[in-house]
Design a protein around this ligand. Structure first.
Ligand code: GDP
Ligand code: K
Ligand code: MG
Length: 303
């Protein structure tokens, strides 16, 4: 697009809300590719993740955030909250995501962080799970009294038509200015980062609720080798860091079955994401108390 920035629109859109309302699912649907990992567990998203989508003359730059943590005040949670605050400070539009028909204390806490002046859409997500649709209208009316939302968008992040409609709504709020990224860019995150997140997603999906959310993934080795057979060939070694021996046994599973499943599914997804042949090794290590230790939280990549 170099040299022809006339008529271009571009802007930053923050996706904010309490854990598990569907923020990352929404961002992936908007970007059209899985950039941000999702699961039914709270605290799946730990970083500020940018997802980019360019359509026609408009470049939408979405920022997915961790759900605001209100329950425990560990170093990890403090860092997550700082990430959310940083993301909503200077954006063109906020998508405040809640579950349609519901508004809890945790939702209210997130809403109370918003500075006045930034247009905010109420995204009433998971509409597909609402059986009594007639109750949505009075609920929206109540929401109108809580905050001067610019618009209400009852929708489902899993419905393509709703995603299309949301693009049309968001576009109006983005200023006319040249694009910040190339037309085909999808994220500002590195491949290495996406790899560690992919392993973490499989870890979360294949372990029960007993595995604390504090477990994390570190990439120890990343070697892209020349190959005659494949366009790209990447050797990756990842370590899952857990807090206790018992958690380690849980991740490995009986006869190593669970760890095998985690690494197989992560490899398959990474091959698609990186468009490469991937050789992935996954190890498990115990480091007790890392989520309470600020220096270690930083060393694992959380600001
Ligand atoms: P986040 O914590 O806000 O980022 O939430 P996620 O995107 O990780 O989603 C949490 C859970 O809600 C996942 O199991 C999603 O599949 C599910 N989910 C997200 N959006 C919808 C939706 O529109 N409808 C339904 N039924 N489930 C959804
Ligand atoms: K989640
Ligand atoms: Mg998320």
């Amino acid at each position: 697009a170099a040299g022809d920035a006339a008529g271009q629109r571009c802007g930053l859109i923050a996706i904010v809300g309490k854990p598990n309302v569907g923020k990352s699912t929404l961002m992936n649907a908007l970007v059209g590719q899985k950039i941000s990992i999702t699961s039914r567990k709270a605290q799946t998203t730990r970083h500020r993740i940018t997802g980019i989508r360019t359509r026609g003359q408009t470049q939408f730059v979405f920022v997915d955030t961790p759900g605001f943590q209100t329950r425990h005040s560990t170093a990890l949670n403090k860092s997550l909250n700082k990430t959310v605050m940083g993301a909503i400070g200077d954006v063109d539009l906020i998508l405040f995501v809640v579950e349609a028909g519901s508004f809890t204390l945790a939702d209210a806490k997130v809403l109370s962080l918003f500075k006045p002046g930034i247009p905010t859409l109420l995204i009433a997500n998971k509409l597909d799970t609402v059986h009594r649709r007639a109750e949505i209208a009075p609920w929206l009316k109540g929401m109108q009294e809580r905050h001067p939302f610019a618009e209400f968008v009852p929708m489902s992040a899993k419905n393509k038509g709703d995603i299309e409609r949301l693009f049309g709504i968001c576009e109006k709020y983005l200023p006319e200015q040249p694009w910040w990224y190339a037309e085909d860019e999808l994220t500002d995150r590195s491949e290495k980062f996406l790899a560690s997140e992919t392993v973490r997603e499989k870890l979360f999906r294949f372990t029960g609720d007993e595995l604390p959310y504090t477990s994390t993934v570190v990439i120890d080795k990343w070697d892209e080798e020349k190959s005659k057979q494949y366009k790209r060939f990447i050797r990756i070694a990842a370590t899952i860091v857990v807090e206790r021996d018992g958690h380690k046994a849980m991740v490995i599973g009986e006869k190593g079955e669970r760890l095998k499943r985690i690494s197989t599914e992560a490899r398959q997804e990474l091959e698609k994401l990186l468009d490469a042949k991937v050789f992935l090794e996954v190890w498990v290590k115990v480091r007790s108390g890392w989520a309470d230790d600020e220096a270690r939280v930083r060393s694992f990549g959380y600001e």
